[in-house]
Design a protein around this ligand. Structure first.
Ligand SMILES: CC(C)(COP(=O)(O)OP(=O)(O)OC[C@H]1O[C@@H](n2cnc3c(N)ncnc32)[C@H](O)[C@@H]1OP(=O)(O)O)[C@@H](O)C(=O)NCCC(=O)NCCS
Length: 160
C-alpha cells in the first residue's frame, strides 16, 4: 500500500461559538467541543485511509480555559501515528477572541480511529511519510501512547 504524507491529510477547522453552543454562563458546552473534535478527527483519518473509519477511543480531554459566546474556535488536526488498521489523530483546540485576536490553546486530544472495509472489518491503512522533525516527534510519542492503550485494554480484558 502506498505511503502518504502527514501533510496530505492535515487540516484546520474553524467555528464561531453561537448561542445554541453555550450554557447559562455564556461559555461553550464541553460536549460541543467533543463533537467538533470527533468530527474533525474523523475527516482527517478518512482522508488518510480513504475508507470509513470509526472512533475506537478518545484519550483524556481537558478543558483548560473557558470558551465564550462569539469566540472563534480553531481545531488543528493531523495523523500522528498509524499501526495496521488504527490511526492516532491529534487535535489541538484553540480559542480566539475576535476583538483582540488573542488566541490560546483550550484543549488537546488524542483519538484512535480504526479503518473498516465494506464488511465492517478492520482493514490496513497506508503507512505514514514523516516529512518534518515535528512529524517524527509526534509519531514516536503516538507509538508509545498506542502501546500503553493496548496494555490497558489487555488489563481490562483480563479483569473481565
Ligand atoms: C474499533 C473496532 C472496529 C475494533 O474492532 P475489533 O474487532 O476489536 O478489532 P481488532 O481487535 O482486530 O483491532 C483492530 C485495531 O483496532 C485497535 N483497537 C481496538 N480497540 C481499540 C480501542 N478501544 N482503542 C484503541 N484502539 C483499538 C487495535 O489496536 C487494532 O489496531 P491495529 O490494527 O492498528 O493493530 C470495534 O471495537 C468497533 O466497531 N467499535 C465501535 C466503534 C464505533 O461505533 N465508534 C463510534 C462511537 S460509538
Amino acid at each position: 500500500m502506498e505511503a502518504k504524507a502527514v501533510s496530505a491529510s492535515r487540516a484546520e477547522f474553524t467555528h464561531l461559538v453561537l448561542p445554541p453552543d453555550t450554557n447559562a454562563l455564556g461559555t461553550i458546552f464541553g460536549g460541543r467541543i467533543m463533537e467538533w473534535v470527533d468530527i474533525a478527527a474523523a475527516i482527517v483519518s478518512q482522508r488518510h485511509c480513504r475508507t470509513t473509519a470509526v472512533t475506537a477511543s478518545i484519550d483524556e480531554l481537558h478543558f483548560i480555559h473557558p470558551v465564550r459566546l462569539g469566540d472563534i474556535v480553531i481545531l488543528k488536526v493531523s495523523v500522528n501515528y498509524v499501526h495496521k488498521s488504527s490511526m492516532e489523530i491529534g487535535v489541538s483546540v484553540e480559542a480566539e477572541d475576535p476583538r483582540s485576536g488573542l488566541r490560546r490553546q483550550t484543549s488537546s486530544a488524542f483519538l484512535t480511529f480504526v479503518a473498516l472495509d465494506e464488511a465492517g472489518k478492520p482493514t490496513p491503512v497506508p503507512p505514514l511519510i514523516l516529512e518534518t522533525q515535528e512529524d517524527q516527534k509526534r509519531f514516536e510519542a503516538g507509538r508509545i501512547r498506542m502501546e500503553r492503550r493496548k496494555q490497558q485494554r489487555l488489563k481490562r480484558q483480563k479483569k473481565g
